[in-house]
Each structure stands twice: as structure tokens, then as C-alpha cells.
Design a protein around this ligand. Structure first.
Ligand code: OAD
Length: 233
């Protein structure tokens, strides 16, 4: 991988699993505990806002008690040391990449730690609950919602992601099942653009066959190993 300069890294719930945050589709995962259509769609929010806000209040509180693991830390180390372009595109709504020290991070599915005011469109850092309908610090309306992308909504910053993929020499996918588009399609787009592709996942994913190389194991082992390879350590 010595000739690699520009890197796009896609991360999913698997990278935060060893920090104690449930994934979505593994046994006992979040989508076994809750129905997507009850808590993660704009229709659900319209139908039963209390249920949706309570679900996200719980998740927001839970992630703040978790800590980054060795995989987040290794990516932060790569981010700090890498001279070429690098973008960590995460589907995760936790802030563990940032807390590990990474700065080139894009949250394509939003973040638990932002509130989005549907009245004035402002986004504000938010760590507390929303169930009690707090006022927007900007406009005063009680119209805040979690700044997360729900099913049926458009993920954030797709133009920037595709622009980075076009310039990439290497695309690496970490801890994601390949079940949710558009992220699941990045590997195919990368292949079409002749970008080298590598998957690091606990087990074979739905997209494994698209990758030039697929390594299986826990992120806390695979990611530090791969980062050491990249940094020549
Ligand atoms: P999933 O729950 O679909 O997949 C998690 C993947 O991580 C699986 O392939 C696991 O095998 C793998 N995994 C589990 N533990 C791991 C570990 N310790 N090390 C490495 N890999 C591990 O989660 P995502 O692919 O992130 O979207 O899900 C994608 C999107 O679906 C989420 O962003 C969310 C969800 O619905 C929205 O809410 C819009």
C-alpha cells in the first residue's frame, strides 16, 4: 500500500461495538429491540413524537457514557500522521471518532449530539434530553428534533463524499454490514473508479465480494494492525 496517498474510510456500528454501543443488525442489535418504522422515520416522529424523542434521549445519554476504543484511536493516529488526503465518513451518530482525536470526520447520518430546529433550521450542540420540548436557543420555538438522518431522508454531504472517492487511491470499509444505501454502494463506485478497496469487518458482510481484500476479526485488532501497515510501523 506504499503508493497510496488519498484515503476514504467508511465506518459503521461495528467500530463502536467494542465500546459497548449496540450495532443495528447483529443478534440482539437495535433493530431487533425496536422497529425501524416506530423510531427512525419522519412518519414515526409525526405519529408519536414522544416515543421517538424518548428513544433518542436514551441513546444520546448512553453514548456519552461510552469511550473510544483502540480502533477509533488508531484512525485518529492515522488522521494526525497522514500527509495525503483522508476522510473518515462515518454512518455512526456517536462522537467516538472525535473523542479519540480524529478531525477529518464526516457524519453522513448526522449526530446524536446535535439538535436541529425545524422552525429556523439551526443546528446546536445538544447533550441533554428533548422529550420535554426545550426551546431552540436561536429562535425560541419548541421545534427541536435529533439531527440524525431517518429512513427516507437524504444522508448529509453526499457531494463531498463522492468528490473524495473520485480522488481516492484507497477505500476502506470498517464495521458495516453493507445493508444500507447509499453507503453500501460506495465500494462499487470505488471499483468503477479503479480505487483499491479493503474491508475490515468481524465477519463477511453483504458487500464483501465487492472488495479487493476482506479481513475478518474485531475492529480493535484489525484497525490498529492496518494503521501500522499504512504508517510503516
Ligand atoms: P449494522 O448493525 O448493520 O452492521 C454492523 C457490522 O459490524 C456487521 O457487519 C458486524 O459483523 C460488524 N461488527 C460487529 N462487531 C464488530 C467488531 N467488534 N469489529 C468489527 N466489526 C464488527 O451497522 P451499520 O452497517 O453501521 O442508519 O448500519 C448502517 C446503518 O443502518 C446505520 O447507520 C443506521 C442503521 O439503520 C440509520 O439509522 C439511518
Amino acid at each position: 500500500m506504499a503508493d497510496m496517498r488519498n484515503i476514504v474510510i467508511l465506518t459503521g456500528a461495528g467500530i463502536s461495538a467494542e465500546s459497548g454501543i449496540d450495532t443495528f443488525r447483529d443478534a440482539g442489535g437495535l433493530w431487533e429491540q425496536h422497529k425501524v418504522e416506530d423510531v427512525a422515520t419522519p412518519e414515526a416522529f409525526e405519529r408519536d413524537p414522544d416515543l421517538v424523542l424518548r428513544f433518542y434521549d436514551m441513546r444520546r445519554e448512553a453514548i456519552q457514557a461510552k469511550q473510544p476504543n483502540a480502533a477509533h484511536e488508531a484512525l485518529a493516529k492515522l488522521d494526525a500522521a497522514w500527509d495525503g488526503e483522508l476522510l473518515i465518513v462515518t454512518q455512526n451518530v456517536d462522537d467516538l471518532h472525535e473523542r479519540a482525536g480524529a478531525s477529518r470526520v464526516l457524519h453522513m447520518h448526522g449526530t446524536h449530539l446535535n439538535a436541529w430546529c425545524t422552525a429556523c433550521d439551526m443546528r446546536t450542540k445538544w447533550t441533554g434530553p428533548m422529550l420535554d420540548r426545550p426551546a431552540c436557543p436561536e429562535c425560541g420555538e419548541r421545534a427541536l428534533r435529533p439531527d440524525v438522518v431517518w429512513f427516507g431522508e437524504m444522508p448529509y454531504e453526499m457531494d463531498r463524499i463522492y468528490a473524495s472517492l473520485r480522488k481516492a487511491d484507497l477505500f476502506v470499509s470498517i464495521g458495516t454490514s453493507g445493508a444500507v444505501y447509499p453507503a453500501a454502494g460506495f465500494v462499487q463506485e470505488a471499483r468503477e473508479m479503479r480505487v483499491r478497496t479493503l474491508e475490515l469487518n468481524l465477519e463477511a458482510s453483504m458487500g464483501s465480494r465487492w472488495f479487493h481484500e476482506s479481513r475478518h476479526g474485531p475492529a480493535t485488532q484489525l484497525v490498529p494492525q492496518w494503521v501500522d501497515e499504512m504508517l510503516g510501523g
